[in-house]
Write a protein that binds this ligand. Structure first.
Ligand SMILES: [Zn+2]
Ligand SMILES: [Zn+2]
Ligand SMILES: [Zn+2]
Length: 308
């Protein structure tokens, strides 16, 4: 992680007379450092130097700098601009982004308005340009009558900033909000109602109703009192039911395989960001083998629906 924090990814758009990707890595490093030395800045208190370079996928270079502070310095907009111009015309530093779910944001806030973002930074005594961009989660047109607050997503460019915001919250338009890490979600196919793929890549030829299991789209179901779960082949709940044991089993497995998901913070080198919210219950305790689905048909069985 420490090493990663010292890296930047530079997208290169080479023009004929400036073929940086055909140069040796030693030449790339020399060129980068030459460019950095030329950037005249009184605030350049830290040594800023590229130590190694690596060519990633086509058209990008990974540069490792001497320190994390050097990376932060380089990422300030005016330094970044001077560097990318001098290093390779048209290149830019690609940002890793971290999304934060922000509930209860007053709708007077305008996410596309850069002035609003700068205002939030000012009111909260945050560094300039800490908030990279913002957007509403739901389209504005789909708001209810009289709605005054909505969910937004704020994107920041470092795990450190993101974690600080999760820990301390934020004041937006006079309202204190608590931010949460955007979690990876288990997706359900809107066509066949199975888990783990989108309708666009669904191999099934017909729509399956998420409620009754008939061959029609869920929205037009005429048989809403009949329940059928495609995953469990069971009649006691619908395919979209969040208490579906197959859904819960998959969520649990996803958490187990990606421990990062259950952490409230984005993992980075600080210890406090690496604590999971609660201790885990063993898989077998949660989902006893006898309730396993897909391997065994259990029609209408009363399953242990909720996790303690
Ligand atoms: Zn599907
Ligand atoms: Zn139906
Ligand atoms: Zn089910």
């Amino acid at each position: 992680m420490e090493h990663k924090a010292r890296q930047i990814l530079v997208d290169i758009f080479d023009v004929e007379d400036n073929n940086i990707l055909s140069k040796s890595l030693t030449e790339v490093i020399a060129r980068a450092n030459e460019t950095l030395d030329k950037i005249d800045d009184a605030g350049k208190l830290v040594k800023v130097q590229v130590e190694s370079a690596l060519q990633s996928c086509k058209g990008a270079l990974i540069l490792t700098l001497n320190s994390k502070e050097a990376v932060n310095w380089l990422k300030q907009p005016e330094h970044e601009m001077a560097f990318t111009e001098g290093f390779s015309k048209g290149s830019h530093i690609r940002e890793r982004s971290f999304n934060l779910i922000t509930p209860r944001v007053p709708i007077v806030f305008e996410p596309e308005n850069r002035k609003h973002l700068r205002e939030i930074e000012e009111v909260n005594s945050l560094k300039d340009y800490l908030i990279w961009k913002a957007r509403w989660i739901k389209p504005v047109a789909r708001r209810c009558m009289g709605q005054t607050h909505a969910y937004a997503i704020l994107t920041v460019t470092s795990a450190e900033y993101a974690n600080t915001l999760i820990r301390d919250g934020l004041i937006i338009c006079g309202m204190r909000v608590r931010l949460e890490k955007q979690k990876m979600k288990l997706i359900q196919c809107m066509k066949c109602r199975k888990w783990g793929h989108f309708a666009g890549e669904c191999p099934a030829s017909d729509n399956i109703c998420g409620t009754c299991g008939g061959q029609h789209h869920t929205n037009v179901c005429q048989n809403r009192s009949k329940l059928w779960c495609v995953s469990c082949q069971a009649t006691d709940h619908a395919s979209w039911d969040r208490n579906c044991p197959e859904f819960q089993r998959r969520c649990y497995l996803m958490d187990e395989w990606n421990p990062e998901i259950s952490m409230p913070y984005f993992p980075m080198e600080h210890d406090w960001s690496q604590t999971a919210r609660s201790s885990r219950i063993s898989f077998n305790e949660c989902f006893p083998g006898k309730f396993a689905v897909n391997s065994l048909h259990i029609h209408g069985a009363k399953l242990s629906k909720r996790r303690p």
